[in-house]
Design a protein around this ligand. Structure first.
Ligand code: ADP
Ligand code: MG
Length: 308
């Protein structure tokens, strides 16, 4: 039989916007000593904005690549095709590119044959071009699209600012780089400090580049960072912490977090996140706010203290 206190605890949780899958979850919550936090959409708002548009020098100067027009026209072309290719994307980066492109160039052309590669990028056919938008390493490894020197330099500058660089290519050649970024949620730093005060070790986990990850970690006071982690590898990082003797909570929001959320001793999904993440989790937070994680841990400790 379930002790009444646990039921009362889950009921109290619901009042606080902490939806707990079952009363026994409160037990695992209490034992957690390491907390893995997904970056985008969990520590940060996930509301990315398009902050920079950079056309490859060759394209901008002579417009010679596949008849692409020069200068401002080349920039418009880059935004039209990248925005159109991302139209089917649910990823915060894709949404930022669609909105930014539509703001700057108006109505976007239609795309067909859209496919998204989780944690890498998207591909689609737009006006007869096979367009790729994604992680520069993905374009290189999967599509043999190498950035020219000028774009490689642009990319380094974007990452040094703590932003995310997204490469755009079509018909087999790199055409430009887009810079996107979001902001740390106002409560994230306070929440991390309270998690540390409760004796938990916070770890930042992200598919994003190490420089952007470090910038966010510094802003919220996290020292341990796993960056450049592919979606399939997120679960390995959770398992490695468990193998090292930790009882691990994982907090995430994305499709790419689902396996790690399920593998963690305690999976916590942001209520604003994808359904897959919510289904894989033990707890769902109605407020997309890390302070609710602090509340959940305090609640479980208090609830169990009344039982002992
Ligand atoms: P996170 O772990 O921070 O939630 P993801 O694993 O979802 O990040 O994505 C990792 C990286 O893959 C992004 O930083 C970006 O470079 C690339 N990426 C993922 N989805 C897209 C997309 N729709 N468009 C462009 N790039 C993408
Ligand atoms: Mg995320």
């Amino acid at each position: 039989a379930t002790p009444t206190a646990l039921l009362v605890g889950t009921g109290r949780g619901a009042q606080l916007g902490i939806l707990i899958r079952g009363p026994q979850i409160l037990e695992s919550t209490r034992q957690v000593d390491a907390i893995v936090l997904d970056k985008t959409g969990t520590v940060t708002t996930g509301r990315m904005a398009l902050l920079g548009v950079h056309v490859a020098a060759g394209v901008a100067a002579d417009g010679g690549l596949a008849g692409t027009p020069a200068g401002a026209a080349a920039e418009t072309e880059l935004l039209r095709l990248a925005g159109a290719a991302e139209a089917g994307s649910e990823h915060p980066i894709g949404i930022a590119i669609v909105n930014g492109a539509a703001d700057q160039v108006g109505i976007l052309p239609a795309a067909t044959a859209f496919t998204s590669a989780q944690g890498f990028g998207v591909q689609a056919t737009v006006e007869g071009h096979l367009v790729l938008v994604g992680r520069p390493r993905w374009l290189a490894d999967e599509w043999q699209v190498i950035l020219p020197a000028d774009l490689a330099e642009v990319l380094a500058g974007i990452e040094a600012r703590g932003q995310t660089a997204v490469a755009v290519a079509w018909d087999g050649a790199a055409r430009g780089i887009l810079a996107v970024a979001d902001e740390v949620k106002p409560s994230s730093a306070a929440a991390v400090a309270q998690l540390v005060a409760l004796g938990l070790t916070p770890v930042l986990l992200t598919g994003d580049n190490p420089t952007a990850a470090r910038a966010v970690a510094d802003q919220v006071g996290i020292s341990e960072v796993f960056a450049g982690v592919l979606p399939a590898e997120k679960v390995d990082r959770v398992r490695a912490l468990q193998a090292a003797g930790h009882v691990v909570a994982m907090v995430g929001d994305g499709v790419n977090d689902a396996a790690a959320l399920a593998a963690a001793d305690l999976g916590i999904a942001m209520g604003t996140g994808t359904d897959v993440a919510i289904e894989a989790s033990d707890i769902t937070l109605v407020r997309a706010d890390l302070l609710a994680v602090v509340d959940a841990i305090r609640l479980s400790r208090r609830t169990l203290a009344t039982i002992k």
